[in-house]
Design a protein around this ligand. Structure first.
Ligand code: KIV
Length: 309
């Protein structure tokens, strides 16, 4: 996405916050127009420079899409301020936040709990929330109910679910209910019990293409391609008109997603081939905590300057 200079952003924000709500006509072009929403109890202004149509348009204009996970207010604020296009409240929170071995134990209420914190911190990114295991597989009706709760209770813009051909009916039902859906094909962590860590489908080009096309035809606005061979991901990307977001699927996808805790070097002992650690936050944090402990023990913290007189 093209970045907006700080001063221009300030002017846009002023127009949206103060002029539009009192009825003055918005003089801004549509691409600079934010969503303005109401709730019954109070006026809520949701400023988001990324929308679902904007996400699809990024593919057409060949703008690479950036996406990262976030699970709480502090980190979502940092990711959003860095102008990442989309924030995924992934069910990977089951692993990186809750310490489970898989994503399967995560509940709908937990996704909503984390989704609320992330949406509260987000000003410009598109917030997408994972539908957890068994919240959409039971029936399309159940999926609408659960995805509806996510959008209504968190303020997020879209949901993500795992599957292509097998979930096409559910994707269509959600889209018909005006719930934007991102699909997720290739390695599907929620299927880890039935497929193993590296499923067979990840290497079957025709099955993967069929999955991606089924999701697109059902109305998905984007697709995560997880850990599939680069040339296959490139072919799928070329065949689809909606964006593909790769994780471990090569550079030809329309965008990339990583788990925030992994790319910041916060997770211990997780280093798949596709992962690049862009920082060593675990190391920096450990050093800071050790220094704090040493200073408390030696009495050099708190000093005079930290003490109320
Ligand atoms: O749950 C998640 O964080 C995800 C990403 C790995 C794409 O689905």
């Amino acid at each position: 996405m093209t970045r907006c200079p700080l001063r221009l952003r300030g002017i846009i924000k002023f127009i949206h916050l103060y002029l539009c709500p009192i009825g003055l006509q918005n003089p801004l072009p549509k691409c600079l127009t934010f969503n303005v929403g109401w709730t019954t109890s109070k006026f809520v202004i949701i400023m988001k420079s990324m929308t679902v149509p904007g996400f699809i348009a990024a593919k057409q204009s060949q703008n690479k899409i950036t996406m990262l996970t976030a699970y709480d207010y502090t980190w979502a604020g940092i990711v959003d301020a860095a102008e990442i296009d989309a924030i995924l409240v992934g069910d990977t929170l089951g692993m990186v936040v809750q310490g489970h071995a898989t994503t399967l134990p995560v509940t709908l209420d937990e996704m909503i709990y984390h989704g609320k914190m992330v949406a509260r911190a987000t000003r410009q990114a598109l917030v997408i929330i994972d539908l957890p295991f068994l919240s959409y597989q039971v029936s399309p009706e159940k999926a609408i109910e659960n995805a509806g709760r996510i959008l209504k209770e968190t303020g997020a813009s879209a949901v993500k679910l795992e599957g292509g051909v097998s979930q096409a009916g559910t994707i269509a039902a959600l889209v018909n209910a005006d719930i934007p859906v991102m699909a997720h094909v290739g390695f599907k962590p929620q299927s880890v019990r039935s497929t193993g860590v590296m499923g067979k489908i990840q290497r079957d080009e025709e099955l993967l293409l069929a999955d991606a096309q089924a999701a697109e035809q059902a109305g998905a606005f984007g697709i995560v391609l997880e850990m599939i061979a680069g040339p296959i991901a490139a072919r799928i990307t070329e065949k689809l008109s909606i964006p593909t977001i790769g994780i471990g699927s090569g550079v030809d996808c329309d965008g990339q997603v990583l788990v925030l805790n992994d790319m910041l070097g916060m997770t211990d002992g997780f280093s798949p081939k596709f992962l690049k650690q862009f920082a060593q936050v675990r190391e920096v944090a450990t050093q800071a905590i050790e220094t704090y402990a040493a200073e408390v023990k030696s009495g050099s913290y708190p000093g005079e300057e930290h003490t109320h007189q």
